[in-house]
Write a protein that binds this ligand. Structure first.
Ligand SMILES: Nc1ncnc2c1ncn2[C@@H]1O[C@H](COP(=O)(O)OP(=O)(O)OP(=O)(O)O)[C@@H](O)[C@H]1O
Length: 233
């Protein structure tokens, strides 16, 4: 479904990705692990088109998308939940969702009902300002906002950041439920339990390149985790 090869990108003259390669099969979840600053967020932003690719190719369903703007990539099936969620804190939950639907050009009432059926707990929060929600609720809003574009492949950047451990399990269940409906996921995450629970394959990123693949079960080996990720399991 997604084929990334030789991807180079960065910020101005600062190079971050130096030829990243990865592939993701339809219906699967690929997790990306790596130390801080190795280029995980940059990789997702470049796949989404928020940062230009200076070299390399991004194929979605066999077609090159690396020159398309983000909205055109969204139309072809990419959705993005950024790190830090980036919801509009002063807008109500309803208006956050409406904004996303209008931006994607969908039938507002229909898409809203679909999304609220998927995340019924947002119904009682519709009038609340986004900024007044808990971290977990904000993450649900960010996820539901991305779903307003009816993506087939979701790019998820550190969804557990700033979320209570008790909510992390619930978040795993939600994403599993979305996957059962056919959603593919490219996941950047520092929470090892989370990435292990969701990923079919785990790729390690080091200095802007994918350097290794490991099966999720390898995260049970503390020595491996310490060596390649720099955190304790
Ligand atoms: N807007 C920016 N301008 C300049 N440099 C940036 C910018 N954003 C990130 N960088 C730099 O690019 C490098 C890669 O950042 P990136 O956010 O992709 O890393 P990451 O692997 O996602 O790490 P983290 O988990 O800390 O977010 C880092 O050295 C970072 O300082």
């Amino acid at each position: 479904m997604l084929e990334v090869s030789g991807l180079v990108s960065g910020y101005g003259r600062i190079g971050v990705l130096h030829g990243a390669d990865l592939s993701l099969a339809e219906g699967s979840c690929v997790g990306i692990l790596g130390h801080n600053g190795m280029g995980k967020t940059t990789l997702l932003r470049t796949v989404m088109g928020l940062l230009p690719a200076k070299a390399g190719r991004i194929l979605l369903d066999g077609a090159e998308i690396q020159r398309l703007p983000p909205h055109a990539r969204a139309r072809r099936g990419l959705g993005y939940v950024p790190q830090g969620r980036q919801i509009f804190p002063a807008l109500s939950v309803l208006d956050n969702l409406r904004f996303a639907i209008v931006a994607k050009g969908g039938d507002e009432a229909l898409v809203l009902e679909e999304v609220l059926d998927e995340f019924p707990e947002l119904r009682r929060l519709l009038d609340r300002p986004g900024g007044a929600l808990s971290g977990g609720e904000q993450q649900l809003l960010a996820l539901s906002r991305a779903l307003c574009g009816r993506p087939r492949l979701l790019l998820l950047d550190e969804p557990t950041e700033g979320i209570q451990p008790s909510i992390v399990e619930a978040m795993i269940d939600r994403i599993h439920a979305l996957r059962r409906k056919g959603l593919s996921v490219l996941l950047v995450e520092q929470n090892l339990d989370f990435i292990q629970a969701l990923s079919d394959r785990i790729l390690l990123i080091h200095r802007g390149r994918i350097t290794r693949e490991m099966p999720p079960a390898a995260l049970a080996d503390p020595a491996l985790v310490q060596e390649f990720v720099g955190t304790h399991a």
